[in-house]
Design a binder for this molecule. Structure first.
Ligand SMILES: Cc1cc2nc3c(=O)[nH]c(=O)nc-3n(C[C@H](O)[C@H](O)[C@H](O)COP(=O)(O)OP(=O)(O)OC[C@H]3O[C@@H](n4cnc5c(N)ncnc54)[C@H](O)[C@@H]3O)c2cc1C
Length: 492
């Protein structure tokens, strides 16, 4: 696989393809509005969108340090999926030893997936019915995003082909089957277990042993969706001030490098960049994720691979990958990279270490050996926000008027829409089903001081990487190294 003329950074392949946007004007000076939103990613823009639908007369300003969609919203893998960050089980009422483990942060119940350390969280457990309802709302959110995109004339290459996750080692297969059994105990998941031949008929991943699939996921083109949404919001009368950096958020005002915005409500929608705001350095850890995009792949190779329906593709490795077949027949493939930069530093316009293209390219070839000579055209990275308990949160502090949403870890494309609708209800003061969901006002304790953050994150990723290599080499059961790392992070 060649990487010779590969582009590194320039925000993302998605923006490069669409063309870098021309900047909207910055904040002209001090300003007074009803609602000031900091961050023009999906969270900020969906919040502005639904607030305007609910209260057309509200004066809303969105403050953005670069341009709308500069962050993860314009760089992601394009999975519009129904995942609840940190898994569903975390919200359930638990008793006895399991509850002790969760409260103490020592582990979580088996069966959950992709979740985290629950130490120091403040929200209480809820009933199984509420968690089912929460999942159903996430399922419906996929449809809601598609509805608004169509209504607003946003063509974002959306194709709803469901989410497909494959196992290609014995240890991955064991985890997949345990996961499928646990998922099938929930009414709202609609998960199907596919044996190897059925799985390969959908997407022909080399070495497939089994896969799972569910219908609540669509592939999107991130930059097309976020830029279309920014235009829709602007048409509704919201002003997006670009090239304007917020320095500090306070009750009733946002202090920026261009002046102060006074507002009844201030919404923090800065996700992976939150650590740059005054006083919030240890709130959410900025975690990097990296992606590559190949050149367009020839039809005869696609005939061998399949992947015809726009499914998103993931796996059951510990450091998992995520991919989509793009509308123009490339593969956009994400996963390993430098996970964390010392001192919570964020990246430089998506530029990342070139060796990441090699790592991701090797894995892509492992999946599809037909791509030996396929060129990688683009490499980039983005930053996502990781709370200490790996659980997303949305809320409003009525005493200060400061609202927030984020901490979606790697699953925010759909979650931001549900968060935007929830913030709208909280801000206009309407109690609704959305405001009763368990992520509302959920708070986790802050991350440790450096160098502990750096040591812990690097150590865990190294451990997961070693475990994956052991499993690739034929280990039949989950590596004990990964099991120890799982206990520390609270996964599984
Ligand atoms: C490489 C990658 C792949 C991913 N893949 C997927 C996926 O396939 N599916 C999925 O569901 N999720 C995925 N995610 C996560 C998902 O993209 C995010 O959860 C989601 O986009 C978050 O949206 P947001 O608006 O909260 O944050 P962002 O999109 O990061 O927006 C925050 C905005 O705030 C601005 N900002 C920050 N600080 C300031 C400040 N001080 N002043 C002014 N403006 C500021 C930033 O410039 C940015 O535009 C991925 C993330 C990455 C990085």
């Amino acid at each position: 696989m060649a990487t010779g003329s590969m582009i590194n950074g320039k925000t993302s392949h998605w923006w490069h393809q669409l063309g870098q946007p021309s900047r909207r004007p910055g904040l002209p000076g001090d300003l007074t509005v009803d609602v000031a939103i900091v961050g023009a990613g999906f969270t900020g823009l969906w919040t502005a969108y639904y607030l305007k639908q609910a209260r057309p007369n509200l004066k809303i300003a969105v403050i953005e340090q670069e341009h709308a969609g500069y962050g993860a919203s314009g760089r992601n893998g394009g999975w519009l999926t129904n995942s609840i960050t940190g898994g569903r089980e975390q919200y359930l009422k638990q008793s006895g030893f399991a509850a002790f483990l969760r409260r103490s942060g020592l582990g979580r119940l088996p069966g959950g997936f992709g979740g985290g350390l629950a130490s120091g969280s403040t929200s209480g457990p809820v009933s199984r019915d509420t968690v089912e309802r929460f999942q159903t709302l996430f399922n419906q959110t996929v449809t809601e995003v598609m509805r608004v995109a169509e209504l607003e004339g946003v063509d974002a290459d959306i194709k709803r082909g469901g989410e497909f996750n494959v196992a290609y080692t014995p240890a991955q297969e064991a985890r997949l089957r345990r996961f499928a059994a646990a998922e099938q105990r929930w009414r709202s998941t609609d998960l199907q277990l596919l044996e190897a031949s059925e799985a390969r008929a959908k997407i022909n991943v080399a070495g497939t042993r089994a896969a799972i699939w569910h219908p609540h996921c669509a592939r999107i083109h991130p930059a097309k969706l976020v830029s279309g949404l920014a235009e829709a919001v602007t048409r509704l009368g919201v002003t997006i001030y670009e090239g304007t950096r917020a320095i500090e958020l306070e009750s009733g005002q946002v202090i920026t490098d261009h002046g102060t915005v006074r507002a009844d409500f201030v919404v923090r929608a800065t996700e992976g960049f939150t650590a740059n705001l005054k006083g919030l350095k240890r709130l959410w850890l900025p975690m990097n994720s990296s992606m590559i995009a190949t050149e367009p792949i020839a039809p005869e190779i696609w005939d061998e691979i399949g992947w015809r329906e726009g499914e998103t593709l993931g796996d059951f490795a510990h450091v998992y990958m995520y991919a989509q077949r793009t509308a123009d027949d490339r593969i956009a493939f994400g996963g390993r990279g430098v996970p964390y930069r010392y001192g919570s530093r964020t990246d430089n316009d998506g530029t990342t270490q070139p060796v990441t293209a090699q790592t991701l390219g090797d894995l892509l070839r492992r999946f599809f050996p037909q791509l030996q000579n396929t060129r990688i055209e683009h490499l980039w990275s983005g930053v996502l926000g990781v709370p200490r308990d790996w659980s997303a949160t949305v809320g409003l502090d009525r005493s200060t008027g400061i609202a927030w949403a984020g901490g979606y870890v790697g699953t925010g494309v759909a979650a931001t829409n549900l968060a935007g609708r929830t913030l709208t209800d909280l801000i206009i003061g309407e109690r609704s089903e959305l405001t009763e969901m368990p992520w509302v006002d959920h708070r986790a304790r802050r991350w440790e001081f450096e160098p502990l953050r750096w040591i812990a994150t690097r150590g865990l990723y190294t451990a997961y990487g070693v475990a994956d290599r052991q499993e690739f080499a034929g280990r039949k059961t989950t590596s004990p190294i990964a099991k120890i790392a799982d206990v520390i992070t609270g996964r599984h």
